[in-house]
Design a protein. Structure first.
Length: 400
């Protein structure tokens, strides 16, 4: 686990209390001292592939990807490419008025595919509303995701068919659901694990703090996977936390680790490690995937109003897909034919998704009354009848 040492934390606290630090009356830091202090305070993160696509060794996590074959590496690359293509198509469909809203994952493909492919079939996933890559790994048809954002279904898939819960719009509440489910798994004596996805903004919610407390006390087999894309809509992470997010786990008594969220291999390794801990009865883990949201928070957002082009361009140079492609090419694990075939597959996926969305029928107006109660309810029946009369009134007006 890569965490800041006690000595380093002590040194940083001591440095912050001395005259000459930022916030000390009557003194200021020089730019050079500020840069040095920031570098010293920056936590290490687990990285196995550099932005240039070079493989780097890690004594602690290499064993979790030691058996990854060239074919599996190409599979990870394919997952990311197709997920990005689907995501781009969804954004275009929203701009064309076919979807009410869309939350893009652009830039976060490695965090989602790496962690998603670390899961076993019997593990259970609790997503938020941006985990399109994880949904892909769990076998959820992309058109089902779009049906929800089009407003023609209430999720579109059976959570128990893929062990992938429905998307959660309420920020952070899925961590409570995941914790409770994980506590149940432990009581059942199963060796499966649970993973909960959330963002850096959600980490400020009380639900997340409560999840940390209960999971630690009950030693629940749950992995908290925070995709820190550094912007909770327009709020940067440094305005939400005085320490790196992964360090919050220390206060609850379980380990936290920061991983390069643009490195699919590192995300795979770290998630496998965390899931292994959970299955072995060692309790929860907080994984902070340090990544970047290249696009808007949702299609109703304009990121140019709160962040600059330089920042975005710097992160585009760390593109997770380009990183793995460079590694595949330099390692001779993929030839040009592979990339050409994948491009054709990508275009075919975009076409299929586009045509499927436009062909979706309108929802049944009475579906809202279904499954409200397990055994039905007189009040729901009364409301259904009232709504039916209301709908019929339009037909009567048309006939007159």
């Amino acid at each position: 686990m890569t965490v800041e040492s006690t000595a380093a934390r002590t040194s940083r606290r001591s440095a912050g209390s001395k005259a000459g630090t930022t916030g000390t009356k009557g003194t200021t830091r020089t730019p050079a001292k500020k840069a040095a202090a920031k570098k010293a305070a920056d936590p290490q993160l687990v990285q196995l592939l550099t932005p240039e696509g070079k493989r780097v060794k890690n004594a602690e996590y290499d064993k979790y990807v030691a058996g990854v074959t060239p074919e599996e590496l190409r599979g990870l690359y394919r997952d990311m490419v197709l997920t990005r293509r689907f995501d781009a198509e969804a954004t275009s469909l929203q701009r064309q008025g076919e979807l009410g809203l869309w939350a893009s994952l652009l830039g976060q493909e490695a965090a989602q595919i790496g962690s998603g492919r670390a899961l076993r079939d019997d593990d259970y996933v609790f997503p938020t509303y941006r985990e399109h890559g994880v949904a892909w790994c769990r076998g959820v048809d992309p058109t089902n995701l779009l049906g929800m954002f089009r407003g023609v279904n209430n999720g579109g898939w059976d959570p128990n068919s893929n062990n992938f819960q429905l998307y959660t719009i309420v920020i952070g509440s899925q961590t409570l659901h995941a914790t409770g489910y994980a506590m149940g798994v432990a009581k059942d004596g199963a060796d499966s694990a649970v993973i909960a996805y959330f963002g850096d903004g959600a980490s400020s919610q009380g639900d997340v703090a409560e999840s940390f407390t209960f999971s630690a006390v009950y030693n629940a087999p749950v992995v908290f996977f925070c995709q820190n894309n550094q912007w909770a809509i327009s709020e940067p992470t440094e305005k939400q936390s005085r320490v790196p997010i992964y360090q919050r786990a220390q206060g609850y008594g379980f380990p936290g680790v920061r991983v390069d969220g643009n490195d699919v291999l590192a995300c795979l390794a770290v998630t496998r490690w965390a899931l292994e801990r959970a299955r072995a009865g060692e309790g929860p883990t907080l994984v902070e995937a340090f990544t970047y949201r290249m696009g808007a928070h949702t299609t109703s957002d304009d990121p140019t109003r709160y962040r600059g082009d330089e920042e975005r361009q710097a992160w585009e140079a760390k593109d997770p897909i380009l990183r793995l492609r460079r590694f595949l090419e330099t390692s001779n694990h993929a030839d040009e034919g592979f990339f050409e075939e994948l491009e054709a597959e990508s275009e075919a996926l975009g076409k299929r998704v586009r045509e499927a969305v436009r062909a979706m029928p309108d929802p049944d107006h009475f579906a809202i009354f279904e499954n409200v109660y397990a055994d039905g309810h007189a009040l729901v029946d009364e409301e259904r009848a009232q709504f039916a009369a209301y709908q019929a009134s339009f037909a009567d007006e048309g006939g007159n």
